[in-house]
Design a protein around this ligand. Structure first.
Ligand code: ADP
Ligand code: MG
Ligand code: ZN
Length: 479
């Protein structure tokens, strides 16, 4: 029997707000345990939550960017369960009335486009963290760090529209790029700012009834998501093939073995005894607020890519690379706005600039060569003042000294020589010193042409205009 996989993802995105969702404590990562806590996030009786407006704004941003409907009225609910790092005994989340619903993302798969439904996006608070084994000052055991308690999360739930691990990864990458572009999350997967629960089931090909799903929790890299889903598909198919049954359960992925294993039986929504949180009034969002947020959204990667293709004439590949991060796209566009030629700017940003940044371990936002400087350099090439090759030397000098390209060219005497008289003199000298090769060329061995070009360029210390050199050299060699 052949099987078809069905996948739906729940993604938790930690929001980049300065303070927590229901109190004023800092959300900074890595502070000493419990130093960023107060009666609200410690779950003290009588302490009351106050909603952080920024969290709502970020949720609206995410909803608009994923084509969701923003609910004019949504409600916070208590999700009850016991965890040692959840002092209240419940998590404040949203249940029946989430802030965003009915969205979608289009992903590119196998050269086509596929629409993946987004069921809902809701806001919730994160739990604290258990620190196992060596707790400083306590010896071995477990400690509770509540710095993370009450930090804001969005949970983005997809429809079960994905049909393979590759589609799931494509969807996840797209979602990740969007939340980072929107500036609502740092997207740092290692720190857990973007993590995914993968729901997987299989059904016979041609069937329309979904199989029983398992949910693999908190997978925090694209590679692990692919591995976990592939493992789970294979495990379920094998199980069914042996006449077994998939049980609905929560599983854990082990990056070391590449396998998933059972963690606990799957709880149902009614197990959590959800009910509206009486400490928080329903959240009412005006159309004006949504409209304001819509106006403030940055242009998203998909729109940018198509504009680069249609307006700037760039290839799919160039458009894709240049929009990979918002910072890179903005750097590139700053060059264009200052008058840089599109193709030249694209090549340089993807080439020299990226190479130098990688070598220095820097992001493009910290690039020592500002867009205005790179543009000036590109214009020197365009005007023929310097060759593309010399420009690389000038670029390296700009990188270290911070000087303007014109000043470097001037100082170091790097202006390209296009004067035919001067180039002719060099060619004559080289030919006179290499009569043997001249004869070879004239005898039909055209390969030695490259030798002459090299000699002339070297004699001019790289400054001779290559087009002029080629033209004059050919004329003279042919006699
Ligand atoms: P829960 O919190 O109980 O996991 P949610 O409704 O939040 O429930 O999320 C369910 C997720 O599982 C969604 O992403 C949905 O697309 C996915 N899903 C539901 N049924 C199946 C199925 N049969 N196979 C694979 N994924 C499924
Ligand atoms: Mg779930
Ligand atoms: Zn607090």
């Amino acid at each position: 029997m052949n099987y078809q996989a069905v996948i739906g993802l729940e993604v938790h995105v930690q929001l980049k707000t300065d303070t927590k969702i229901f109190c004023g404590c800092s959300t900074r990562f890595g502070a000493s345990p419990n130093s960023q806590t107060c009666p609200v996030c410690l779950g003290m009786p009588g302490a009351l939550p106050v909603l952080n407006r920024k969290v709502v704004e970020f949720a609206i941003r995410a909803g608009l960017a994923t084509n969701c409907r923003i609910a004019p009225r949504s409600v916070f609910a208590r999700k009850n369960y016991f965890y040692p790092d959840l002092p209240k005994g419940y998590q404040i989340s949203q249940f029946e009335l989430p802030i965003c619903q009915n969205g979608h993302l289009d992903i590119e798969v196998d050269g086509g486009v596929k629409r993946i439904g987004i069921t809902r996006i809701h806001m919730e608070e994160d739990a604290g963290k258990l620190v196992h084994s060596d707790v400083p000052g306590l010896g071995s055991g477990s400690g509770v760090d509540l710095n993370r308690a009450c930090t804001p999360l969005l949970e983005i739930v997809s429809e079960p529209d994905l049909r393979s691990a590759d589609e799931a990864v494509a969807y996840l990458r797209k979602l990740h790029q969007i939340v980072v572009y929107l500036g609502i999350s740092d997207g740092n997967m290692e720190e857990g700012s973007f993590r995914c629960d993968a729901n997987v089931s299989v059904m016979p090909v041609g069937s329309t009834t979904f199989g029983t799903r398992t949910e693999t929790k908190n997978v925090n890299s694209f590679r692990f998501v692919k591995q976990a889903i592939e493992y789970e598909i294979e495990r379920q198919i094998e199980l069914l093939g042996e006449g077994g049954k998939v049980v609905q359960e929560t599983r854990l992925f082990d990056p070391n073995s590449g396998e998933t294993r059972s963690m606990r039986g799957k709880e149902e929504a009614h197990d959590y005894r959800y009910f509206p949180d009486p400490d928080l009034v329903p959240l009412v969002i005006s159309n004006d607020w949504v409209a304001d947020v819509a106006l403030s959204l940055p242009e998203l990667p998909e729109a940018r890519r198509s504009r680069y293709r249609s307006e700037l004439g760039l290839s799919d590949y160039d458009a894709e690379v240049l929009t990979a991060t918002r910072e890179m796209a903005e750097y590139f566009e700053a060059c264009i706005a200052l008058g840089a030629p599109a193709k030249g700017a694209a090549n340089w940003v993807m080439g020299e600039v990226t190479r130098a940044l990688n070598e220095a371990g820097k992001g493009i936002a910290e690039c020592p060569v500002a867009p205005a400087r790179l543009t000036a350099l590109l214009q020197l090439i365009e005007k023929g003042t310097i060759s593309g090759k010399i420009a690389k030397t000038v670029f390296d000098e700009m990188w270290t000294s911070g000087k303007a390209p014109e000043a470097i060219v001037e100082e170091k005497g790097l202006v390209q020589v296009s004067d035919t008289g001067e180039i002719e003199r060099i060619i004559d000298g080289i030919m006179a010193a290499n009569m043997g090769q001249v004869e070879e060329f004239r005898g039909g061995k055209e390969k030695v042409f490259g030798f002459f070009v090299g000699q002339v360029m070297r004699a001019s210390r790289g400054k001779a205009n290559p087009a002029v050199v080629n033209e004059l050299l050919l004329k003279k060699l042919k006699g």
